[in-house]
Design a protein around this ligand. Structure first.
Ligand code: GLC
Length: 537
């Protein structure tokens, strides 16, 4: 196998809690995933990014790990995990484990020890400060609201947490912490996993005294050491979640030298519909020219110097068809396909988040039905600071992470075929129309369009290697670009909105062969609502 196989791969992300419940307890589980491997194979994916299944109190749905070496009983057993790795391998699919190494749960045995006394051998596994006269050392805030410092009576100190207070930050400056985490990685490599996704990895080298969270001074030193000590010298895929990456930093993370990660997972495009300098809840409409500028920048700057992930969705983001497409009955399928076309023509490794291939949509629940710690905290915080309920709910409908976490819609039977009993979070009522069973059998479905896009990426090298050129950068309606190698050229043309638009100049050309199109054909000189196609020369 080619060492850089992942350049031609497509990765499917599974949020285990919401994927498939095999034992009727309302939570998805590993056996449920195994039962759906053939479905994933049919789609054509090569790897699964499995969100955390380790033992965890689940306050942040597994991103709060209590035991890195075992599987949470809700999901199954270590044997089930071994079976999953094996069954996936039989289908040429590898499993990427989600590694949360910036912090643990406050129920992790390391933290339970650490908080007992300053002499405890685990005390320095975490980040402690005395504070000033009973107050935290500074005014840093946790990502999920509140102070980033929490008081610990037994030691008379505050501990630092960039996320919730139940997620204390690990102290990477302590070599013993790094060694302990490397042991964890080696354990999973020995189990036969094909790679790792590293959660908020750009935040491990924090320096709280200087209010540095992302991109701390020792960050790349730590990543290189981890790479050298733990990544197998064979085909292995690693991807770092890096909210704070610039193309310059991404070239380090994903350098072809291979001393850090295979690829970077950066979010610049995702931040374009929030007011700059404010929080994600502070909404602003997306401007298409901004989106094109950001994609063009990354496509150009990382060409031959790094490698990007391509994504619209993950477990922290709203559903793209509701966000930047159109989830009405009339346009849901067309716009979901249009968005996929934009992404799959680009250079990088595409990620499909469960349900994206069905065109699953956002939800609007009553606040009492939300489960996400971030959503619930921001609701309280904003209501207390005087926002109206209407305003807060508008932001939550648009951005809550629970939009992505509703149960996977398998069929039109009870609970969307996800579980035989009441799911841990409500299903989206539209499962009756939008579900995998009907998508798989309908040749014009979103599912079958994704399947075709995936097979095209494997067939034509230009998708992997072609040089990118943005067309009509100032147009607010059309997203079009070319990719070109010495022997092949593709042109991707998409109408980002509902209005019909006319095509001029280079876009008007009628030659080239249509590789894929969401209307099944294309017209001379104009694009219909959400029309998208790829042509090949
Ligand atoms: C990452 C995860 C998110 C989690 C956070 C803290 O951003 O994707 O789900 O809550 O890190 O681990």
């Amino acid at each position: 196998m080619n060492r850089e196989w992942w350049k031609k791969a497509v990765i499917y992300q599974i949020y285990p809690k919401s994927f498939k419940d095999s034992n009727g307890d309302g939570f998805g589980d590993l056996k449920g995933i195994i039962s759906k491997l053939d479905y994933l194979k049919l789609l054509g994916i090569d790897a699964i990014w499995l969100c955390p299944v380790y033992v965890s109190p689940q306050k942040d749905n597994g991103y709060d790990i209590a035991d890195y070496y075992d599987v949470d009983p809700r999901y199954g057993t270590l044997t089930d995990m071994e079976d999953l790795i094996l069954e996936a391998k039989k289908r040429d699919i590898c499993i990427l484990m989600d590694m949360v190494l910036n912090h643990t749960s406050d129920e992790n045995k390391w933290f339970l020890e650490a908080k007992k006394s300053i002499d405890n051998p685990y005390h320095d596994f975490y980040v402690w400060r005395k504070g000033k006269k009973g107050c935290p050392p500074n005014d840093m805030k946790g990502t999920f609201g509140g102070s980033a410092w929490t008081w610990n009576e037994a030691t008379g100190e505050f501990y630092f947490h960039q996320f919730a207070d139940c997620q204390p930050d690990l102290n990477w400056d302590n070599p013993k912490v790094r060694e302990a985490l490397y042991e964890v990685l080696k354990f999973w490599v020995d189990k036969g996993v094909g790679g790792f996704r590293f959660d908020v990895i750009d935040q491990i080298a924090k320096v709280p005294d200087e209010k540095i969270t992302a991109n701390g001074p020792r960050l790349h030193e730590f990543i290189r050491e981890m790479n050298e000590k733990t990544f197998p010298d064979t085909v292995f895929l690693t991807v770092g979640e890096t909210w704070g990456a610039t193309p310059e930093l991404a070239k380090k993370y994903s350098s072809p030298k291979g001393d850090e990660f295979s690829m970077v997972f950066q979010f610049e495009h995702i931040l374009l519909d929030q007011i700059p300098g404010k929080e994600k809840w502070d909404l602003k409409p997306l401007k298409l020219t901004d989106l094109k500028r950001v994609f063009a920048k990354w496509q150009t700057e990382l060409y031959a110097t790094g490698w990007n992930s391509l994504f619209w969705n993950n477990h922290d983001l709203p559903r793209i068809v509701s966000r930047w497409g159109n989830d009405s009955k009339e346009y849901r399928t067309l716009s979901a396909k249009m968005l996929a076309t934009i992404l799959y023509g680009l250079q990088g490794t595409p990620y499909i988040y469960q349900g994206e291939e069905l065109g699953m949509t956002n939800i609007k629940y009553d606040i009492a039905d939300y489960k996400d710690i971030e959503t619930l905290n921001i609701y309280d915080e904003r209501i207390h600071t005087g926002y109206s309920k209407e305003d807060v709910m508008k932001s939550i409908y648009a951005k809550s992470r629970d939009n992505a976490r509703t149960p996977m819609q398998w069929n039109s039977s009870l609970n969307a075929g996800f579980s035989s009993c009441k799911p841990w979070i409500k299903v989206n009522p539209n499962y009756v129309e939008i579900n995998s069973e009907s998508e798989v059998s309908n040749p014009d479905s979103v599912f079958n369009y994704y399947k075709k896009l995936i097979s095209l990426r494997k067939k034509y090298d230009v998708f992997c290697d072609g040089k990118f050129k943005l067309l009509c950068p100032d147009d607010e309606k059309i997203f079009a670009y070319t990719r070109e190698t010495e022997s092949e050229k593709i042109m991707v043309v998409c109408n980002f909105g509902e209005d019909e638009v006319s095509l001029g100049g280079k876009l008007k050309t009628h030659d080239g062969k249509i590789l894929i199109s969401n209307y099944g054909d294309c017209l001379e000189g104009k694009l219909r609502a959400y029309e998208a196609y790829v042509k090949l020369w």
